[in-house]
Design a protein around this ligand. Structure first.
Ligand code: PGA
Ligand code: ZN
Length: 429
């Protein structure tokens, strides 16, 4: 037995930011080094995601996950014991083989990603390095540009507005800390405006204000006004990023917008977004069309991809093969990377690397159901993602990530380089 081999693997049920059960994995090495990680959970999930294994039934609304926890304590623990924690690729491949399904339905994608991330933590602890440094392998160290939600809609706010995330991005800031400072002022200004208008109704799942607006455009108008109220000029330095999350209201080329009481076809949806792009300082749009609308993505990217980043989330589901296809078909200019969509860190990194190889922007992202786990901060820096999406500027499961990134930036001192405007993926011709 070597001192660094895996000695024990423990799975336990913990709780997420929506008060639902989730899986934590803890890996202890023979040396005593420990790695621990918690799986997040989505609400607006792509159909191609790794399975978030739940028990169903009545306990906790069907969200209990005794089977997924049992996967970690039983089969996964047996598989990992005695192995070298530095062999992330080998162990992830063994987990995939052990699961034996195409979508991680047997062991559970949640059990697998918690284990895979805990493994990286254990290996970094054994190496005596922060995880981001361990993952960087000596490569370039850059701090990503944050995308920060101001209003939360869609599936995260009982569909109060159709668009899911109204966010601010500050690629013109000179550091991550400054981007947060600027956004904190915008978040505050937006809250004051809502209070004044009698529309402040609390916050949505990711901490953005619950948007008691009469139209999607009103949210955009308010966002621009809040940026201005905070003392900034809305534009390329600090502008808007949207996650349309169109799979939530679109299918088979039909898009049903509740707030505007209209049903659009693909062309109509693209035209609507085109009008917004012409009117508002929008730097980035995620999932502008539904996950089944590849032709729509291609058309949207052809028309707007040179001036606005086009991100695939549900559309690409952190899948390297899908990213390669998107590059070839020019159906996006950036990929959102969510570890639990893939189910292992190795597959997550492969999707990110496929994006980089295609010249895409890459964004490491949280889920709407989160915890105090800050692994994604380390992935975003260690893998040099360039962009980082965590939700809003309230609720500690969000703030834990922003604060961890501040610590990483500070620890780098003069070595810290902010990714800035170059991080956004746009079509080159
Ligand atoms: P989800 O939302 O975690 O509920 O899927 C996040 C997103 O769509 O980006
Ligand atoms: Zn999304």
């Amino acid at each position: 037995m070597t001192t660094s081999e895996i000695a024990t693997v423990i799975g336990r049920r913990v709780w997420d930011s929506r008060g639902r059960p989730t899986v934590e994995a803890e890996i202890r090495l023979a040396s005593g080094a420990i790695g621990r990680a918690i799986a997040p959970a989505g609400a607006s999930m792509g159909s191609g995601e790794a399975v978030d294994l739940r028990d169903g039934g009545t306990a906790f609304g069907g969200y209990d996950l005794t089977r997924a926890v049992r996967s970690v304590n039983g089969e996964i623990a047996a598989l990992l014991k005695g192995r070298d924690p530095r062999d992330q690729a080998g162990i992830d491949a063994a987990l995939i083989a052990l699961d034996g399904t195409p979508n991680k339905a047997r062991l559970g994608g949640n059990a697998m990603i918690a284990t895979s991330m805990a493994l990286a933590h254990a290996a970094a602890a054994e190496a005596g390095e922060p995880l981001w440094r361990y993952l960087s392998g000596g490569g370039a160290i850059r701090i990503p540009v944050p995308e920060i939600q101001i209003f939360g809609g869609g599936a995260h706010a009982a569909r109060r507005v159709d668009i899911q995330d109204f966010m601010v991005m500050a690629p013109g800031a000179s550091s991550f800390a400054q981007a947060l400072d600027w956004t904190a002022e915008v978040y505050r200004a937006a809250g004051l405006r809502m209070k004044k208008a009698g529309k402040l109704q609390g916050v949505a799942d990711e901490g953005g204000y619950w948007p008691a607006f009469g139209s999607n455009e009103e949210a955009l108008d308010e966002l621009v006004a809040a940026i201005a109220d905070a003392g900034f000029t809305p534009g390329p330095d600090i502008g808007i990023s949207l996650d349309v999350a169109a799979s939530e209201f679109g299918r088979n080329g039909r898009y049903r917008l509740t707030l505007d009481d209209s049903e659009l076809d693909t062309e109509g949806m693209i035209d609507l977004l085109g009008r917004w792009l012409a009117t508002y300082p929008i730097l980035s749009v995620e999932d502008p069309l539904a996950e089944d609308d590849e032709a729509g993505f291609i058309e949207f990217t052809r028309r707007f991809g040179a001036s606005c980043q086009v991100i695939g989330d549900d559309f690409l589901v952190t899948n390297a093969a899908r990213v390669e296809k998107a590059a070839q078909k020019r159906s996006a200019t950036a990929v959102l990377v969510k570890p639990n969509q893939a189910g292992t860190l190795t597959e997550t990194k492969a999707a990110l690397d496929a994006g980089k190889a295609a010249g895409f922007g890459t964004i490491v992202s949280a889920r709407s159901g989160e915890t105090e786990d800050v692994t994604i901060c380390h992935l975003a820096v260690g893998w040099d993602a360039g962009q980082f999406k965590v939700g809003s500027f309230s609720r500690s499961e969000r703030m834990a990530k922003w604060n961890e990134m501040l610590r990483i930036e500070e620890s780098l001192g003069a070595e810290a380089v902010f990714s800035g405007k170059k991080a956004l993926g746009v079509s080159k011709e």
